[in-house]
Design a protein around this ligand. Structure first.
Ligand code: 4AD
Ligand code: MG
Length: 460
């Protein structure tokens, strides 16, 4: 007989005469001549109740089964007499697959997020994290669904790379050199003797490689892990995170902003439609008002606001900010929060940023001081997306690289795309964990990451 997932048992219209369920015991309690077991298999938030009567030949052993143990049950699924569940299983055969000692830590009491983060086997079995990671899986599917529906091709860009996309130098090195006695040349480590014959890093973004494919296949996207060695210990920065980066040939900033808005609204709608049960948990226990926020995002157009106007709004707001607001300032989270949470109370796309605070590949505007960049800011998170129209004009691109202290010779392969059939193109990057923070209302990026990597922490 095949195991049926508890999700499917509970979704059944009618009782079933014979079922096989397997899972982990959440609780067990004894009545006069039977024992109640709450069984969960991780397929959904809810448990199914199993009734084991004292007529079972191994009833004495069943009475010793503890929370956290794995069991399998064959039996009849019947309409439940009790409150709170539609069906329950009357066990005809119940086998202990793997016991758990009395010291199993996930007892009825609630544990802190920090505590659970430190115990690899336990965390995904808790209600909260089980729900968070079911939503994560569902949202990854929604990402592919969105792009596939629009004819975008999925490109796998490299994880090990020799180029720094953001030009910010926040990269983890990948090397097989002996770190105690590395080969030296002219007083510097000689990476020509390293594995790849040059210095290599973990990627901070697949964008530059993605552009090569957009300029060949049209509309593409990447979805993979990215790494940043920035030492910022905040609730929204991780050293390893997943990013989704679409790139569109023959597209300008307007088209880019439209795609970003459609994408975010699609993802939120998907969550509301397909993760209702898990979202209800977060709405009740983690972030009251979450469902209203999500419906608001899904149902309303985003604000589009030139950076210059965003600065004026903040300067005229009468609000005291810790970090000064002036044309040319990089927006801090307090500024982002003010715009999305206080002033507009919905997502805001800020565009046309001053060139000095944005990356080298962004397209220079006619005014000569701003670039065709855009950031999507959302309530509770701040920056969810960063993107731009790309500089497709060779002379402007190399001039800007030099101005920012980058050596165009290091990017020869990239610049070639501007030499041969260059066209306007645009794209963006969405941080997948930040999206999950938005969708679940979980305030710390560590708690939407299956195995978070942040400064000082790389357990498991
Ligand atoms: O704004 P960023 O740095 O943009 C890029 O990397 C571009 N190459 C994207 C592109 O145009 N193709 O990063 C994009 C997004 C941010 O908006 C944020 O959501 C997320 O990636 N992100 C991080 N998420 C978690 N931890 C970090 N340390 C992050 N850094 C960026
Ligand atoms: Mg950014």
């Amino acid at each position: 007989m095949q195991r049926t997932k508890i999700l499917h048992l509970l979704a059944s219209e009618t009782p079933m005469p014979q079922v096989l369920a397997k899972g982990w015991v959440r609780t067990r309690r004894d009545a006069k001549d039977f024992s109640f077991i709450e069984l969960n298999d991780g397929s959904c938030l809810r448990n199914i109740q199993v009734i084991a009567s004292d007529t079972l030949p191994n009833y004495e052993d069943i009475k010793k089964i503890t929370t956290g143990s794995a069991i399998e049950v064959t039996g009849k699924m019947v309409e439940s007499q009790g409150q709170g569940q539609k069906f329950e299983i009357i066990a005809e055969n119940l086998v202990l697959l793997g016991g758990a000692g009395e010291d199993f830590p996930l007892q009825k009491k609630r544990h802190s997020d920090e505590f659970l983060r430190s115990i690899a086997h336990l965390r995904p079995r808790s209600n909260k994290f089980g729900a968070a990671f079911r939503i994560r899986s569902e949202m990854a599917w929604a990402v592919h669904d969105f792009f596939h529906g629009r004819g975008f091709r999925y490109v796998h860009t490299p994880i090990i790379t020799a180029s720094d996309c953001e030009g910010a130098g926040e990269m983890f090195k990948v090397t097989t050199l002996n770190l105690e006695t590395p080969p030296m040349k002219d007083g510097k480590v000689d990476f020509s003797q390293d594995f790849f014959g040059k210095a290599a890093n973990l990627t901070v973004s697949g964008q530059l490689e993605g552009e090569m494919f957009a300029l060949a296949l049209g509309d593409i996207y990447t979805f993979g892990p990215t790494f940043r060695a920035e030492n910022s210990n905040t609730r929204r920065h991780a050293a390893e995170f997943w990013m989704i980066e679409p790139e569109m040939a023959f597209c300008d900033l307007q088209g880019d902003m439209q795609l970003a808005e459609d994408f975010v609204r699609h993802l939120v709608r998907h969550a509301l439609e397909h993760c209702a049960e898990d979202l209800a948990l977060f709405n009740q226990f983690v972030n009251p008002g979450l469902l209203d926020t999500l419906k608001n995002i899904e149902g309303n157009e985003f604000v589009r606001l030139p950076y210059r106007e965003a600065i004026e709004i903040m300067q005229n707001s009468g609000k005291k900010f810790e970090f000064p607001v002036f044309f040319g300032c990089d927006m801090q989270s307090e500024h982002e929060q003010f715009l999305t949470e206080e002033h507009f109370k919905r997502p805001v796309i800020v565009f046309d940023y001053p060139e000095q605070i944005k990356a080298f590949y962004m397209r220079m505007n006619e005014d000569g001081e701003t670039v065709a960049a855009m950031d999507v800011l959302v309530p509770g998170i701040g920056e969810l997306i960063g993107g731009s129209q790309r500089e497709e004009r060779m002379d402007r691109l190399t001039a800007r690289m030099e101005k920012m202290g980058l050596n165009p010779d290091d990017y020869g392969w990239y610049l070639d795309s501007r030499r041969y059939g260059s066209v306007p193109h645009a794209g963006f990057g969405l941080g997948f964990e930040r999206l999950l923070m938005l969708v679940t209302g979980i305030p710390n990026i560590r708690d939407v990451s299956p195995f978070p990597r942040v400064p000082g922490w790389a357990e498991f």
